[in-house]
Design a protein around this ligand. Sequence first.
Ligand SMILES: Cc1cc2nc3c(=O)[nH]c(=O)nc-3n(C[C@H](O)[C@H](O)[C@H](O)COP(=O)(O)OP(=O)(O)OC[C@H]3O[C@@H](n4cnc5c(N)ncnc54)[C@H](O)[C@@H]3O)c2cc1C
Length: 475
Amino acid sequence: MKAQYHVIIVGSGVAGLSAAETLANQGLDILIIDENVHTGGQLLRKTRPTSACFPKFDPDRMKSKGFNLVRKINKIQSIDWLFQAQVLGIFKDRRLWVHIEKGEKGSAEFLEVRAEHLILATGARERYLPFKGWTLPGVMSLGSAQILMKSHGVLPARHTLIAGTSPLMMVLASEILGNQGKVTALLDENPMIKKLRFLPLISHHWPKLMEGAIYTARMALNRVPMRQSVRMIEARGRDGFESAIVAKTTPEGKVIPGTETDYLAGALTIGYGFVPNIELPVQAGCDLEYQKDRGGWMVKVDETLESSCRSVYAAGEITGIAGAKKSFIQGKLAAMTILKRLGKTTPGNRKIKFQKDIHTLVSLDRQQKAYASFLNQLCQVPSSAYAAIPDDTMICRCEEITMGTIKKSIQQGFATVGSLKKATRCGMGRCQGRICGPVIFDIITALTQKSPGHVGCSLSRVPVKTVDIKAFLTS
Ligand SMILES: Cc1cc2nc3c(=O)[nH]c(=O)nc-3n(C[C@H](O)[C@H](O)[C@H](O)COP(=O)(O)OP(=O)(O)OC[C@H]3O[C@@H](n4cnc5c(N)ncnc54)[C@H](O)[C@@H]3O)c2cc1C
């Protein structure tokens, strides 16, 4: 480990890896930091995709591309790695404060390292719509179920119910079936009419349409019941999840009373799309922007991905949710912008061609964002769904704050994310608002109809991730 690097990349998802590959072998000192135990972020875990009959339209082809990138990167000697290491804060002149879970002596360590250029590629997390019983054991997010299977080889249950609005529902169902599990049903909140409305937006992204068709065919072949326009009302069970009550919704997304049905299963997995992980850029002082059809609050970057803080770049999902392809593109683009600033080009690439390549990446990035708008709109639930959460539903799971308390505080005038947090402690628990933060934003917006700028987002402070106090005392 050095005290200073030419480039530090936070996040070894496909955005971070693709940046590292572009920067490698240029005589630069590069460090990649990730809190995870493995490379590849959310897309890649242990399980490799199986080979497909139609590789061009294979929904898993991004994963194959990712695993190829990991293979290439692993052969590069000149990159330093820090795994199981959390970046807790960014200070003046791009000095990073890092917590290493197990340092050289086997115990936690803290270190400070400085970057001349910093690429933040911290990815995204899932978005939630709370409902009664969502805290029961056996109710989990779609991503958690994926982690169980891909990293630990465990199915969520023998029979799993999948619900929500996320495109990850199909991916997860396909993975469960591939691992000899059973999918009780796939319950999509979106009405078919909403999907059809978006068709013109994605008509020229026909490989993506084919991917969707392949997934749908897989569900049909495995006789997975698929329902549309249904909302999760309640998860029931004594010590853990046993059944779910769902109800039909109108095309506007309102629940139709008297249409409730129940589903028995061993686990319920549910998700409503993604939100960018912006804690580090917020703490570093980077400007943010809000775009509903790109996942909400995200880091504001120029077209070469530099943020409002000089030499701090952002790549991948933190600049707006758009999927793996955009993360690959943006990682490379951020790296090429840095190389250009340092007066370098990629090997075998003359200056003019290099500049042309940057332009190509900028336009590919724009295309992906246009497609992403479709995906994010598909994931959105109407704000009436947030306004209609029953009063006894838990919103902040860590601090046990219910919808009733939140509503009362909003009526008392605590109608921004910051003031509501101070008034109720929501978002101040162990997860530091990573789960309830975006939910609280959506609830305030739904109940007050105020603009996103007025409602604001949670302001992260150092340490941006929870650290055991023992680690501080013993280090
Ligand atoms: C739970 C989940 C599951 C997903 N599954 C799929 C899927 O199966 N297929 C698919 O196509 N897309 C999936 N996606 C979408 C996925 O985000 C994109 O496809 C793409 O992989 C994003 O790449 P990225 O490099 O931008 O971010 P990520 O892959 O999310 O990588 C970000 C990395 O940053 C690290 N990190 C974050 N904060 C810190 C910190 N403070 N300190 C140190 N390290 C940090 C994380 O550990 C992570 O490894 C999933 C997303 C989520 C949230």
